[in-house]
Design a protein. Sequence first.
Length: 255
Amino acid sequence: MVFLLMIGAGACLLLSRMVWEAFLNRVIKHELAFPDFPSTLREISIFFISDVHRRTISNKIIADVSGKADFVVIGGDLTEKGVPIHRVRANLEKLKMLGPVYFVWGNNDYEGDYHELDAVLLESGVKILDNTAVIFESEQGEKISLLGVDDLNQQRDRIDLALMDAEEDSFKILACHYPNIAEKILPEHKIRLVLSGHTHGGQIHLLGYSPYERGSIKKQKHTTLLISNGYGTTAVPLRLGAPAECHLVTIRNTR
């Protein structure tokens, strides 16, 4: 009997831990330096959030990041089938408090009425980066290009079109829901940083194992890749070993 009670208590503690990890409101801060980052821009800070799914973005996140981000990038799966559109609108209104908002499509964004989602994004003043780019320029004429590609899972991604929209000699950052977009990046693309999510960092690691590795920043052959654990969950609202997160990424010149 005592043994069974101990097992039950352990299971309850584990479940509590999994719920706690799933609903954390962590902002992970990263500082990255590149030799070719425009020195006249000094630095930029990007708030990156992916895989919101069914969550309501916490006011704590907004308070933590307020005044610190130059713009916001939503890395896909802002929503999924069954999420009320008023929740999506509310999340967008919160993110807009931090700065201009840019969005790339994820696979779950296409599950529901994606035409309605597209309309809400446009009404909210969110720029959709679907195989296109936006350009930021310093007073001295140095430029940063933020590129975004559409859903890779449906073969909608076109890096070539996004590059055509970018400035050739600019510092290039690519947002894509899927981290394996890095496999399509060539040296001549000169994409220095990729922001991605999708994997949820494995979401649940049992005995240290999961089909996907935890989120991280990796130096790849032709770029640097940020993979986020993501903010929300899929299937079950539980996490273990891959706690919920979003990111404040500050980029500057190495000098």
